[in-house]
Design a protein around this ligand. Structure first.
Ligand code: CO8
Length: 257
């Protein structure tokens, strides 16, 4: 892989993916996105991995889709390349993904962070959907996920003006989970990952799926979906272990079975 660095066992049960096109501020070209899709698929299939952390570097998480790669394209070129099938695959990742964001998370970069399940950011992080400034608009979920995350008023302002917001503002609006000093953003994301990696991978997967269902359906159907996944946790050894450990007053050992 050229544009992705993978440490499959950065910590116990935690894989770290680093976007690696630093000179271009991690602009998301087609090759990078393909490598990311394949990596996430492989990690999803690997039983040793329970949580995935996705990061860039201190200056940029990702400054958007690669404008130089897109500039000369026609609508039909874009249609035929169908890069959004890659994004759809990323969305299908069953294990939790935490974005550790520092610097720019713009356009497709902001959309990629929002495709993750949680975002931990450094104080220097800047989030924005500046596509409008180059004559286009968000295409990888920005108008939908940003609006769901922070509400219509602020999302509309960001999408229509292209203005960036800083990490503190992003936390205030509920876009991100946590802001920490720059030197701590990766550690803080890993710490969050460690909390989840200790838990039952089966229950975590089903819980992630259920929370995400909120965005796809109305309440009754969502509640029904949640209930089925709740029942399903009782088919796992982890449920027996978790409940017995509580009763025995000991720490559970979850196996993902
Ligand atoms: N695409 C390609 N190259 C980029 C991008 C980008 N998005 N962003 C930065 N670069 C390159 C620059 O061209 C420059 O390269 P070079 O040294 O060869 O000139 C290098 O990275 C460093 O960038 P700057 O010199 O501009 O660095 P500054 O610190 O001065 O500025 C900014 C940083 C403010 C982030 C600035 O680079 C910028 O505005 N970048 C573009 C941000 C943007 O408009 N992003 C949205 C892109 S469109 C998009 O994301 C659509 C998503 C929907 C489809 C998703 C499918 C993948």
């Amino acid at each position: 892989m050229e544009f992705i660095k993978l440490n499959i066992s950065y910590k116990k049960h935690i894989a770290l993916i680093t976007l690696n096109r630093p000179k271009e501020l991690n602009a998301l070209n087609l090759q990078l996105m393909g490598e990311l899709r394949d990596t996430l698929k492989a990690l999803d299939d690997n039983d040793e991995v329970r949580v995935i952390v996705l990061t860039g570097n201190e200056k940029a998480f990702a400054a958007g889709a690669d404008i130089k790669q897109m500039a000369g394209k026609t609508a039909i070129d874009m249609l035929n390349v169908d890069q959004f099938s890659t994004w759809d695959q990323i969305k299908k990742t069953k294990k939790p993904i935490i974005a550790a964001v520092s610097g720019f998370a713009l356009g497709g970069g902001c959309e990629l962070a929002m495709t993750c399940d949680m975002i931990v950011a450094s104080e220097s992080a800047k989030f924005g959907q500046p596509e409008i400034k180059i004559g286009v608009m968000p295409g990888a979920g920005g108008t939908q996920r940003l609006t769901r995350a922070i509400g219509k008023a602020k999302a509309m302002e960001m999408v229509l003006t292209g203005k960036f917001i800083g990490a503190e503002e992003a936390e205030k609006y509920g876009l991100i989970n946590k802001v920490v000093p720059v030197e701590m953003y990766l550690d803080a994301a890993i710490e969050l990952a460690e909390q989840i990696a200790e838990l039952s991978p089966v229950a975590v997967k089903l819980a992630k799926e259920s929370v995400n269902r909120t965005f796809e359906t109305h309440l009754d159907e969502g509640l029904h979906f949640e209930r089925k996944n709740f029942y399903l946790t009782f088919a796992s050894e982890d449920q027996t272990e978790g409940m017995n450990a509580f009763i025995d007053k000991r720490k559970p050992e979850f196996k993902g079975k």
